[in-house]
Design a protein around this ligand. Structure first.
Ligand SMILES: Cc1ncc(COP(=O)(O)O)c(C=O)c1O
Length: 995
């Protein structure tokens, strides 16, 4: 419970206001499936109002594009703004190559509505606590595609930068000398924006101010002789070679097979692991699953790399490797599942290559003075313009021309399409691109002209139930509309109308028959191809849409839409969960688009239909929001509280519409949505004391990396971050590894030589502060980037008290060194003191930064005005968080501020202390509130208790090697802690023996 009733009321009011704006979970779907739209003068009033709510007071950098996106209406290539009328753009970059099938991916929709997301949608399961079948399936799928010899798959939370950091960690462990400090990368490279991946990115402008002296990458020209020379001279400094097979950010530079093979051979000759960065090129972008295999490489171990990294379309960071990952970390499982679903149909992207190539070459022929080097592979294509001036003039027009894409390198325009693109979309895009090229010198080219206004609608449409008099006309229309193999018989249609629904649409003025619709329960069609294979057959939950026909003269005027809408309404009224039906592929594009606009997804492709070799789509339109198929047992879980603060299936999640944000994932670094604005408004209302701005990340490790970069940009000389003994800031990126206590992790854990000072709880405040003073004296304050301290040690349980906090802050302030407090174990109300552990410390203590990992694929950096860097696009990564994770965290915050945590905190306190008494000498209880640790002073005994408890059904978390963590859900029943958990834990302790 927030301790300030006034503040609680403000949060309640905010929630009421936001809930009024939020879409209901069972809302009828209305997706844009057919056309670009530009409102009069490009007016985006709702977007503008939402963005102002986000930006005011510079809460976040002003870097979002002007359209706030409606993920519920976006579909396929069409990205729809929240405005009325909306701006609808063709997303010709697929969210920077992150969507394999555009918005509202049919496989993800199917997964959501058919139970595949049951285990990971409502809350994020901690994959390091309980095995994750989704991750196992994903790993197996990826390894089945991997080049020869890559037998291990591992996942990281954020994206490409983190995947590369993980790959570099594994490579360094397996390099000739694991103390080496440099990576070889190539000119033109981009590998991400965490400290080491950015260090391997060749563009000096991107690296400005964040180089780490002594660890700089060696950049080699894209030439094998140069490579041989560099390796000959400096090979002994290197621990890995990293290269993108197609350098995307550098300007879509397609590297030659021979060159890459040469890189493979030379790196092997020097014993250096080779990492292929397929973050932007993997997952079918080239038409083959990997760009490397697209080049005909990787069939044999000789031509295979040692590691491949993917992200973007993968949904999270992926490393495929010859060597196992010794240090896995939790990830957002729903993102992994989205990645797996995109992987399953990734190769469909190959089909677009030929039609793109044809149009691209025609474009180059039409604009010989402007367009050069047209290049394409799969869904990735690009061309060069004469200079940066034309490039900027082109990009400046994109919204006015109705499409979205990005430049790359100096003068390259690049496109990334998705397999949902149809030929008509391609033609539309190329016509728009041609107009943009034609108008490069036109000063008014970026002025918006209205496009795609209201559709023509039939004036007086009369829809009513079929009567006997309608039949002759119905059958005449049926026979006119379909070839004999597809036409239904009168007997069939009459039986349908009798069993379910039969409606005709007539012109209210002339009474002419314009169309009709028939539907009945799926069971009525048990023999038909499609329904016969529907797993819902026999459940009574599906209305089968047997026939919807519109007369030729009435098409394109809303008759089909009105009939379909009535059919869906009827299905809802009669309690159905789904409407299903069939469309002949190729002949029914408009009908398929109409169905998709109502939320349809392809449930199955049916071969050999209509008495021949035609294919048909069996589609399904869901009428309700996804609901979990199985009940989740809560169990006694004291391990997953950070990932799932309200257990595996909090009831409040059922009221949230999750389909849009899950199936139409956006790059939140570029776009805002109403849900994300609501979430940030909530954060604004609970900003940790002293802070006024925030950055978002996609993981725990990225919290540290982004903070360091932000601070380093303002502290040109600073290269040393300071941590504490026992501390934990993550273990994936090099910076997190270099600041976290290495106990329990593998060899060569740190990369940078960063100091850790003793914790005040261990040595007293004076000694701890003296240690920091010693570092300042030794290195000079300007060399120190920041001091990072956990309010509650996630692995150690050590607590930062007020006295220590004030003393550290005083010293840091004297030397103008930023002080960052980590609230992962204490934030989100867990400490019991309020939203932040900080609320329980002396009111005079104000850190400069507060870092919080709330679980899932999300992290928040809160920062004060002293160190805030508001420059747009400086501190971004592809994702900048995941909207589903934001929605979950938002609901957790809303629910948590109402909880009375006292009784559970007392019960956990008693449990921990009773357990410590049972352990005896050397035992220690750490933590506060609902984050407690139990140290045994003996790693073997801790491991034994962990295993015994697990066997008895009690899950405990792991901290430092001798420490277990007790981290329940915030709404844990005190009785569970005092009853079954207590019995199991005390029994396990009494039966355990030390080592
Ligand atoms: C080749 C390559 N590597 C790494 C990255 C970084 O990925 P992320 O932004 O997910 O960290 C990118 C992003 O564009 C990329 O193109």
């Amino acid at each position: 419970m927030s301790r300030d009733p006034q503040h609680s009321r403000e949060l309640e009011l905010l929630e009421t206001r936001q809930r009024e704006e939020a879409p209901a979970a069972d809302l009828r779907v209305n997706r844009e499936t057919s056309r670009v739209r530009i409102p009069e003068q490009g007016a985006l009033p709702r977007s503008a109002a939402l963005l102002e709510r986000l930006y005011h007071g510079e809460l976040v950098p002003r870097e979002r594009k002007p359209q706030v996106i409606d993920t519920r209406r976006s579909c396929g290539p069409f990205m729809v703004s929240v405005d009325e009328p909306p701006m609808v753009l063709l997303d010709a970059c697929s969210q920077i190559a992150t969507l394999s099938h555009g918005f509202a991916h049919p496989g993800i929709l199917a997964g959501l509505h058919e139970g595949r997301f049951d285990g990971c949608l409502w809350a994020n399961p901690d994959s390091t606590v309980t095995p994750s079948p989704e991750l196992d399936d994903y790993g197996a799928y990826l390894l089945s595609k991997a080049p020869a010899g890559l037998d291990h798959a591992t996942f990281v939370c954020a994206g490409g930068a983190e995947a590369n950091e993980k790959a570099l960690r594994i490579a360094r462990l397996n390099s000739p000398d694991p103390t080496r400090r440099r990576v070889l990368a190539f000119e033109g490279s981009f590998h991400g924006r965490t400290l080491v991946s950015l260090g391997a990115t060749s563009n000096p402008a991107k690296r400005k101010g964040v180089d780490m002296p002594g660890f700089e990458a060696i950049f080699c020209p894209r030439d094998l002789d140069a490579l041989a020379a560099v390796l000959g001279e400096r090979g002994g400094e290197l621990y890995a070679v990293i290269v993108e097979p197609m350098m995307a950010e550098g300007g879509d530079i397609h590297l030659a097979r021979e060159f890459l093979l040469g890189v493979r051979e030379l790196s092997r000759a020097h014993g250096l692991p080779l990492i292929i960065d397929e973050v932007q090129t993997g997952f079918g972008t080239s038409g083959s699953f990997f760009w490397w295999t697209h080049l005909g490489l990787g069939d044999t171990p000789e031509t295979a790399p040692d590691l491949i990294t993917c992200a973007k379309k993968a949904g999270l960071g992926v490393v495929l490797s010859r060597w196992a990952d010794p240090e896995p970390a939790p990830v957002n499982v729903a993102s992994a599942l989205r990645g797996l679903i995109q992987a399953e149909t990734a190769e469909l992207q190959a089909e677009l290559e030929a039609p793109i190539r044809e149009r691209l070459h025609a474009l180059a022929a039409e604009f010989p003075e402007l367009v050069s080097e047209p290049r394409v592979a799969g869904t990735a294509f690009a061309f060069d313009l004469p200079s940066a001036k034309e490039r900027d003039a082109f990009i400046g027009q994109r919204f006015a021309r109705g499409f979205m894409t990005y430049h790359a390198g100096e003068r390259t325009i690049r496109f990334r399409l998705a397999s949902c693109w149809e030929l008509s979309h391609l033609d539309d895009l190329f016509a728009r691109v041609a107009t943009a090229l034609r108008r490069l010198d036109d000063p008014s080219a970026a002025v918006y002209e209205r496009e795609g206004g209201k559709r023509q609608r039939f004036g007086q449409l009369d829809i009513r139930e079929i009567t006997e008099e309608d039949w002759a006309e119905i059958m005449a229309l049926e026979q006119r509309a379909y070839e004999p193999a597809r036409a239904d018989s009168e007997e069939f249609l009459r039986a349908t109308a009798e069993a379910g629904l039969g409606l005709v649409a007539r012109d209210g003025a002339s009474d002419e028959l314009l169309g009709f619709v028939f539907a009945a329960g799926l069971e009525h069609y048990a023999e038909l191809s499609g329904p016969d294979q529907d797993p819902n057959l026999g459940t009574g939950n599906t209305l089968y849409a047997a026939d919807l026909t519109v007369s030729e003269g009435a098409r394109g005027r809303g008759v089909g839409r009105a009939l379909k809408s009535r059919q869906i309404q009827w299905a809802r009224e009669h309690g159905y969960t789904f409407v299903s039906g069939r469309n002949r592929i190729g002949l029914t594009t408009q009908m398929a688009a109409l169905n998709r606009s109502f939320g349809a997804y392809t449930a199955k492709v049916l071969e050999n239909q209509y008495g021949g070799d035609a294919t048909a789509e069996y589609y399904r339109i869901p009428l309700r929001s996804p609901a979990p198929a199985k009940k989740h047992a809560r169990g006694l879980d004291l391990a997953s509280g950070l990932q799932a603060p309200f257990g595996p299936r909090p009831e409040f999640m059922a009221t949230r519409e999750l389909v849009g944000p899950t199936a139409s994932r956006l790059n939140l670094s570029n776009w805002a949505t109403p849900d994300s604005v609501h979430y940030f408004e909530h954060l604004r209302a609970i900003l940790p004391r002293g802070t006024g701005h925030l950055y978002t990340t996609s993981s725990r490790d990225e919290l540290l990396d982004k903070s360091l970069r932000c601070l380093k940009m303002a502290r040109a000389e600073a290269t040393i971050a300071v941590g504490f003994e026992g501390g934990y800031l993550g273990h994936t990126t090099a910076s997190a590894r270099s600041l976290s206590d290495p106990a329990g992790f593998g060899e060569g854990f740190a990369l940078f030589d960063w100091p850790r000072i003793p914790h005040p709880e261990d040595v007293g405040v004076a000694a701890s502060v003296a240690a920091l003073q010693g570092l300042i004296d030794a290195h000079g304050a300007a060399k120190i980037v920041a001091v990072f301290v956990e309010l509650v040690g996630e692995r150690s349980g050590r607590v930062l008290g007020s006295e220590a906090a004030l003393a550290l802050a005083k010293l840091c302030k004297t030397h103008d060194i930023p002080l960052a407090v980590v609230e992962t174990a204490s934030g989100g109300y867990r400490s019991g003191a309020g939203a932040w552990g900080l609320d329980g410390l002396d009111a005079g203590f104000c850190p400069n930064l507060v870092l919080w990992y709330p679980g899932g694929q999300l992290g928040q950096i809160f920062i004060d005005s002293r160190w805030w860097n508001g420059a747009p696009l400086q501190l971004i990564s592809t994702w900048d968080g995941d909207e589903l994770s934001q929605i979950r965290t938002h609901e957790h915050l809303r629910a948590a501020h109402r909880l009375e945590l006292g009784p559970a905190i007392n019960a956990l306190h008693d449990l921990a202390h009773e357990a410590a008494d049972a352990i005896g000498e050397g035992a220690r209880v750490g933590g506060i509130g609902l984050y407690r640790t139990l140290s045994f002073g003996d790693p073997k005994r801790a491991a034994a208790v962990l295993a015994t408890c697990r066997d008895a059904g009690l899950l405990l978390g792991r901290g430092l090697p001798d420490t277990l963590t007790l981290v329940p859900a915030l709404d844990v029943e005190p009785a569970a802690l005092r009853g079954p958990a207590r019995t199991i834990l005390l029994d396990a302790i009494s039966s355990s023996v030390g080592g």
